[in-house]
Each structure stands twice: as structure tokens, then as C-alpha cells.
Design a protein around this ligand. Structure first.
Ligand code: MN
Length: 213
């Protein structure tokens, strides 16, 4: 993802048929090429007439939208969030085989959720418990402690560090699963790129602020 304006659509990191049978080709074409593209275009349009915001990184727009001028505040909230969330969503999925958390992330999942099944249950409860559109997230604080949260619409849980997220907008699953959000969750879970998510957690631990001894 670009550091700042103008943002552009990153390519899908795998083929459109790579997530079959859990997530279908038509879903990926619409979700990535249409929905994600629209968030990118809308965000650029909102920033077009605000040169003072053009060097703001995406993460800053996502976190500091309440400080923005009123005419673009809600639009940036929705569309910067949409860009940030979808970029991470597609990058944290991968073609099979099914994997599981590795190294320090595996240890942290055991510590904070009991085991991988405990994390799956917490994520599923968040995904199914989000009324209407939104997201379920696995996040870390700056010390590496994990938790699961949900957000409405395109809100993101920053400054907590997102590791993994399940899109529960109907556009993410309706073509494949119609109204069966629980079945979509199971398909999504099978396609999580745990090696990649584990590497992101390693990087977070390496960069965490050092505590004074
Ligand atoms: Mn989406």
C-alpha cells in the first residue's frame, strides 16, 4: 500500500480461483476489483481538494479522522477504513493447505485463548455477533497481548495492531453463501495465511517499545 495520497489498488496477491471452494472467483472479482477499488477512488476524491492531507499515511487517516474538516470527516472515516481493512483482508488469506499459527504467535494464542480452537470460537462469536456490516479482528497491543474485537462499518481498531480480520459485510460472502454467515466464516478460517500472520506478529514483537528496566 502506498504511504499516502494518491492511493491505488494493490493487485490481488493470488489468482481469482486460488481460494476455491471456500471463496469463489466472482466474489473476489466483485470484492477486490469493485468494492475495494471504490474505497480507493472515493478516498482519493476526498483528499483531492485537501493538499494539507496528502502526505498523511493511511494509518494516520484511519486513526485521526475525528480531527478532519467536517465536509470530509465521515467520508474519510468510511473510505480510509475501507482501504486499510481490505488491503489487510486480502493479504491475510492464501490458497491451501490449511495452516496454523507458528512460533511466538502459536505460544501467544495458547496463552491468551487456551488453544487455536479458543481463538476460532472467539473470532466466530465476534463475526456472527456483529449486527449488520463490519469486521471481526484478531489484534495485539504493543506488548504482544492478543484479543478479539469487532467493529461496525469500515472502522478499524487502531492503535491496537490488527493481525487478522474477517469481513462480515454481505458483499464478502453473499454470492457464495447467501445469508449463511457461519458457513462463510468457516470457509474464511480455512484460508487464513497463518505463516504470514505469524511473521507479522514476529515483526511486532521485534519493534515493540523497550521497557525501562
Ligand atoms: Mn469488504
Amino acid at each position: 500500500m502506498e504511504a499516502h495520497y494518491p492511493f491505488s489498488l494493490p493487485p490481488l496477491p493470488y489468482g481469482y480461483d486460488a481460494l476455491l471452494p471456500d471463496i469463489g472467483e466472482r466474489t473476489l472479482h466483485f470484492h477486490h476489483d469493485k468494492h475495494f477499488q471504490t474505497y480507493v477512488d472515493n478516498l482519493n476524491k476526498l483528499l483531492e481538494n485537501h493538499p494539507e492531507l496528502r502526505d498523511w499515511p493511511l494509518e494516520r487517516l484511519v486513526q485521526e479522522w475525528p480531527r478532519l474538516p467536517e465536509d470530509i470527516r465521515q467520508g474519510v472515516r468510511n473510505n480510509a477504513g475501507g482501504v486499510y481493512n481490505h488491503d489487510l483482508y486480502f493479504r491475510t488469506l492464501a490458497p491451501g493447505p490449511v495452516t496454523s499459527p507458528m512460533g511466538p504467535l502459536g505460544d501467544a494464542v495458547a496463552r491468551d485463548f487456551g488453544d487455536l480452537e479458543g481463538l476460532r470460537t472467539a473470532m466466530k462469536n465476534a463475526a456472527l455477533g456483529q449486527f449488520g456490516s463490519g469486521w471481526a479482528w484478531l489484534v495485539s497491543d504493543s506488548e504482544g497481548r492478543l484479543s478479539v474485537v469487532k467493529t461496525p462499518n469500515q472502522d478499524a481498531p487502531l492503535p491496537l495492531v490488527p493481525l487478522l480480520l474477517c469481513d462480515v459485510w454481505e458483499h464478502a460472502y453473499y454470492l457464495d453463501y447467501q445469508n449463511r454467515r457461519p458457513d462463510y466464516f468457516e470457509g474464511w478460517w480455512r484460508k487464513v495465511d497463518w505463516p504470514g500472520v505469524s511473521r507479522a506478529y514476529d515483526a511486532l514483537l521485534e519493534n515493540r517499545p523497550r521497557r525501562a528496566q
